[in-house]
Design a protein around this ligand. Sequence first.
Ligand code: TEU
Ligand code: CA
Length: 555
Amino acid sequence: MNNWWKKATVYQIYPRSFNDSNGDGIGDIRGITEKLDYLSNLGVDLLWITPIYVSPQRDNGYDISDYYNIEPQYGTMEDFEELLSEAHNRNIKIMLDMVLNHTSTEHEWFKKARENKDNKYRDYYFWKDVKKDGSVPNNWISRFSGPAWKLDEKTNQYYLHLFEETQADLNWENEEVREECYKILEFWANKGIDGFRLDVVNLLSKTPGLPDDPIVGPKGDGRTHYADGPRIHEYIHNMNKKVFGPKNLVTVGEMSSTNAAECIKYTREDREELSMVFSFHHMKTDYKDGVKWTNEMFDLAKLKKAQSEFQVEMDKGKGWNALFYTNHDQPRAVSRFGDDRFFRQESAKMLAITLFGLQGTTYIYQGEELAMTNAYFTSIDQYDDAESKGAYYDMLSNGIDEKEALLILQQKSRDNARTPMQWNNELNKGFTTGTPWLRINNDDITAENELKDDRSIFYTYKRLIQYRKDYDIFVDGSYNIINEDNEHLYVYERKLDDERVLVISNFSNKNVEWNLPKEYIDKDNYIILETNYTRKEILEKMELKPYESILVYYK
Ligand code: TEU
Ligand code: CA
């Protein structure tokens, strides 16, 4: 039997930027509840809500100081309970984001750990002496720039932080830490939530002793010893046995640099770990030589290769993909893979069709259904994100000039996806009556406009969500890429017995000639489920328009 979530679509909410109910400029939980009818109209099954626990907000909630309470900026526990029951009333499930790799340095555990070397909380984190030559304990690099170690003056030892310096890594080797984490998961499961998105969950297990990374180059940042580490599958399996399984939860793990073979291990049902995983190889197709902070356009050949590999391998190994083209850490999909100036509508629909034809559970990030664009900030002061700021000053100190560095941020910054949701044509696009915490895009894209036009991107998503429920082939069909070498097109088929789905997408702003593969030429029994132009027929020879995309179902 297939699990229900294989046919489901998840909608990701970044609460800070979704909807502000009390005019303080910051989105909140009541703001989400107010928009449940909108989400129910779109037809999504599940909401993934990024962290709403108590937090100093150095990394917008991914730095948790109290796992058992709601951050006051976002509301109260009653607000959350109301959201949960109102969502359930509409048949929408809720998945909370859980960060177990690190806590904020404001967390009670860390505060106690910091007091002296002898208390039990010290071992909840990783501490190391200053090296004899005065340098940091090893060569690991923080994802937010600089060494992954911060000196604690009081005890004259370094603690490990793979992310921002106030996000101290938890020592999962310590059994009490693991028990505490299960308790946290149980607490939220007992509240009646339906699942978890597990933040950087492939990083929980580090090689004992924390040795230097032997790799030279951008990939030698320590991940050899902390990504998919020695005990990771044991840890996740235990979370499953204790919480996910008994509570029948759906889970998705974030797997930043994990390969397909490992992703299969995380998700193959009989291993009892996770329901599905996000992999990120297709998100790195605009990195120059593996480096994110570079001025580089995405490469379609690389995108096709990365996606095809995961489609084929995960199917073969009985794993399950979480499919996405953007999230709160990524630029806006239409700006990155499409053309947000001249073909915004067309290219956004093309991306939607391309993604929704694949095998896996589909994800929509807030505003993607309106084809919101990148922020195009013009000064560093407009940015809020700690990662972006760190990268900016790193670039300057590496001799990149200010103009170029700003251009790279316009392309790559996480704030591109974090500008407030654009609801209507009133003040601040309906996001807040106060001053928004991050600048709102200056364009005329709004949910109000989308809902009025039955040819809009919103309705494309709405239909795509439904097709995935109506046709089993989207879940069960095998995947095969066609004309892999075509430099403008991404074409693939799905097969299930005699049924076929053909997806033809033009990723360029040019007209492109294309010949239908032989075996499709005499197939007359088809429906064009979705297209972003007005094509009525599939022909042997077709001239595809700029960003044209067609989803055809053959029986
Ligand atoms: O992100 C994990 C991660 O690997 C990030 O480095 C992400 O890939 C990066 O921003 C892209 O360059 C997760 C969360 O999604 C992110 O928002 C948090 O900041 C991070 O973990 C730390 O908790
Ligand atoms: Ca608010």
